[in-house]
Design a protein around this ligand. Structure first.
Ligand SMILES: Nc1ncnc2c1ncn2[C@@H]1O[C@H](COP(=O)(O)OP(=O)(O)OP(=O)(O)O)[C@@H](O)[C@H]1O
Ligand SMILES: O=P(O)(O)OC[C@H]1O[C@](O)(CO)[C@@H](O)[C@@H]1O
Length: 328
């Protein structure tokens, strides 16, 4: 969440790139997260270690690839600094926050990236890397300037309300932002009349409830109407929580925002109860799903054991992913 705020573009020799781990690889299952757009960006300085960074593609429809020495490949994501050069920056408000300023190395270094594969051989190429998430020292928005919105799309997953709450709390309490709007009922809520003002008070208890307080839906993705609404409402940070379809939608929203040259950040927050995203440790809600599944399995086990030739059958969600079944 901190990565929505990105550090300063230095004046020379920089390439802009997003701060969230930008691009999740396709899952081993059928789920595709190939076009996630995450927010926050920072310049990539030519570091002393990797001296040959070069941008291979800066087309939003194609992967943003940066290469370096020893077979280093950074699969980056697009960001508004790609098309709005020379944006002013300011210090991250967290630098003055006693809760964070005491922690050494709290901020993510501009050159930090996360390797796709942990195991490597001494002679093998360094391989594919992703932008590392986390707070940067410099950000692109003044707190007063920010008008954020949050939307949830696709199916339900445990933890959606917790994610909404954390975004609101972080924006308010860590970054001093006071305008956060809840878009109701998924993508189509952008062009509906109703919205919800999200304040710490409004979201205080929502993590104790299931579902999403914003409501969700499938369908209703009209890109230009959505971006019209973003523009008309003066929104400049868009937090989109949802699955692979939702992230494809987020990607085309960003493309339209880019086409219009708007200084608007689009943050895709991946939601999958199936935990089928490589690179990240665990997707939110997965643990709860495992716990619930265990309850069902245990109950079925008791039933099955209590009768002669008893069989317990529990059907779990997951389609082509076996993580939930395996873990339960
Ligand atoms: N290729 C796409 N381009 C634009 N919008 C899309 C695309 N695919 C899906 N969407 C939109 O994203 C929203 C959610 O998509 P979808 O119903 O596929 O759920 P999902 O995000 O994949 O979540 P789940 O994993 O629960 O199915 C819908 O409003 C849908 O219109
Ligand atoms: O019923 P369908 O179309 O297979 O989709 C259900 C899938 O959606 C999810 O509920 C969420 O992605 C999966 O767990 C599940 O496998």
């Amino acid at each position: 969440m901190d990565s929505i705020f990105a550090p300063k573009s230095s004046s020379t020799s920089t390439l802009s790139s997003p701060a969230f781990i930008s691009r999740f690889l396709e899952a081993s299952s059928s789920r595709k997260f190939s076009s996630l757009t995450f927010v926050g960006s920072r310049p990539i300085r030519y570091s002393s270690y990797s001296t040959t960074f070069s941008m291979v593609s800066n087309d939003v429809s194609k992967p943003k690839i940066i290469t370096g020495d020893f077979g280093y490949v950074l699969e980056d994501v697009p960001h508004f600094t790609d098309y709005i050069p020379g944006l002013a920056t300011c210090s991250n408000p967290l630098q003055d926050n006693p809760a964070y300023s005491v922690v050494k190395q709290y901020f993510v270094h501009v050159d930090d990236s996360v390797p796709q594969k942990i195991v490597a051989h001494k002679d093998s190429p360094r391989g594919i890397h992703f932008r590392r998430a986390g707070p940067r020292q410099k950000v692109y928005f003044d707190a007063d300037e920010v008008h954020a919105c949050i939307v949830t799309c696709g199916g339900l997953c445990p933890g959606l309300n917790t994610v909404i709450r954390e975004i609101v709390y972080s924006l308010y309490h860590m970054y001093g932002v006071s305008r956060v709007l809840g878009i109701e009922g998924g993508y189509r809520g952008f062009y509906a009349r109703n919205t919800t003002a999200l304040t710490p008070k409004v979201v205080n208890d929502i993590h104790k409830r299931g579902g999403t307080i914003l409501g969700t839906s499938r369908g209703g993705h009209d890109t230009s109407k959505i971006v019209d609404s973003i523009q008309d409402r003066g929104i400049n940070q868009v937090y989109i929580i949802g699955g692979d379809g939702t992230q494809k939608g987020a990607s085309v929203i960003f493309e339209e925002i880019r086409r219009r040259g708007l200084k608007v950040v689009v943050a895709g927050i991946p939601k999958t109860i199936d935990n089928d995203i490589p690179v990240i440790d665990k997707s939110f809600g997965f643990d709860t799903a495992v716990e619930e599944a265990q309850r069902a399995i245990n109950a079925a086990h008791v039933e099955a054991e209590s009768v002669e030739n008893g069989i317990g059958l529990v059907k779990l969600m997951g389609r082509y992913s076996g993580m939930l079944q395996f873990s339960s």
